[in-house]
Design a protein around this ligand. Structure first.
Ligand SMILES: Cc1cc2nc3c(=O)[nH]c(=O)nc-3n(C[C@H](O)[C@H](O)[C@H](O)COP(=O)(O)O)c2cc1C
Length: 327
């Protein structure tokens, strides 16, 4: 067993870090539904370093969320190390996760995220500096398989990160150039598993228990990370675990249960924001994701584009449930 990262004694299911999605409320909803390990949305090391107030908000989590990691991005080793130290002093996460996978231009332009896959000396400098700054707290990393198809280097990157003291690695099986298009390349994820002795968490296109079991058997991953499938179906973690123990797919929650979850998510958002209008507007994109797979989802999405109160959502919910009783 890995004593610094005890959750690898079993096969952990991670909720993928997702900017604008995996906030405190969503993380908690996923934890209640079986996610074993949580990671914050990516947080700018420069923002932490400059003690930006908005950045501090991204670091907020509840004890119930442990084990949880704070994910940092940045391309300056010294600033990353100091930011990681501040984060540990402020919120004491269970681990720090380094983002070496973000494809977004704004991040890459500042030599952050996946840009470091092309600049291994800086990647190592960042990893070593952070590991040293927060020791003995564990540091993990999340990478893509390479910059583009001509430069797939994840096994090499994994080895140098292991040498730098990184204790576990999540690998999203796409290149930076792919963005989210095409399919995740699980062969390369398997090559990473073979290249290192630290636990490797596989990530990319997992949508059900059978996917996870197959990818685990093919690659030898030590855990699985689920992102977009959880956005529309946060109960996926429980379903995957049910498949692990029975080999059978657990049916999805009923429409009524799904609406209850949506309304609870909205209520929690209102409490968090302290302003109903802002909270519900901020939920619109999340509501779109939830509507995936609902009957009449096109009509639902049109309605969700304009909502700004919980009452409107409740009204939509009662109109979209087959056996809804009149109020
Ligand atoms: C909306 C969105 C935001 C994301 N933000 C982050 C992030 O902050 N940090 C990160 O490492 N990956 C981020 N990702 C990538 C996911 O963590 C994950 O690697 C990717 O979605 C592939 O997994 P999936 O096929 O299960 O969705 C994001 C993905 C999405 C869709």
């Amino acid at each position: 067993m890995n004593s610094a990262l005890p959750w690898f004694s079993d096969f952990p299911l991670y909720l993928a870090p997702m900017a604008g999605v995996s906030d405190k409320i969503f993380r908690q909803l996923c934890r209640e539904r079986g996610a074993d390990v949580l990671v914050t949305e990516f947080v700018s090391a420069e923002g932490v370093f400059r003690r930006n107030e908005r950045t501090r908000e991204y670091l907020d989590f509840d004890e119930f969320e442990r084990p949880i990691g704070v994910q940092l991005f940045g391309g300056n080793a010294d600033h990353m190390a100091q930011a990681a130290k501040h984060v540990v002093d402020w919120v004491r996460p269970d681990f720090i996760d380094l983002n070496f996978g973000c494809p977004v231009n704004k991040v890459v332009a500042k030599n952050g995220g996946s840009a470091l896959l092309k600049d291994c000396p800086t990647l190592v400098a960042v990893a070593e500096a952070v590991v040293r700054a927060v020791a003995p707290l564990p540091v993990t990393a999340k990478i893509r398989i390479g910059w583009d198809t001509d430069s797939i280097n994840a096994p090499h990157v994994a080895r140098i990160l292991e040498d730098a003291g990184i204790l576990a690695l999540a690998v999203h099986g796409r290149t930076r150039a792919q963005g989210y298009s095409g399919a995740a390349d699980w062969d390369v994820i398997g090559d990473v598993v073979a290249a290192v002795s630290i636990p490797v968490v596989g990530n990319g296109d997992l949508t059900n228990g059978a996917d996870v079991v197959r990818r685990r058997a093919e690659t030898g991953i030590a855990g699985a990370m689920i992102g977009r499938a959880a956005m529309s179906s946060p109960w996926i973690f429980g379903q995957v675990k049910h498949y692990f123990s029975t080999g059978e797919h657990l049916v999805s929650p009923s429409l009524t249960e799904k609406w209850e979850l949506i309304q609870r998510h909205c209520q929690l958002a209102i409490e968090e924001w302290g302003c109903e209008d802002q909270a519900i507007r901020s939920m619109r994109a999340r509501l779109m994701a939830y509507s995936k797979g609902f009957p009449n989802s096109k009509m639902l999405r049109e309605k969700f584009q304009h909502v700004s109160t919980l009452a409107e959502i409740e009204e939509i919910a009662s109109a979209h449930q087959p056996f809804a009783l009149p109020a």
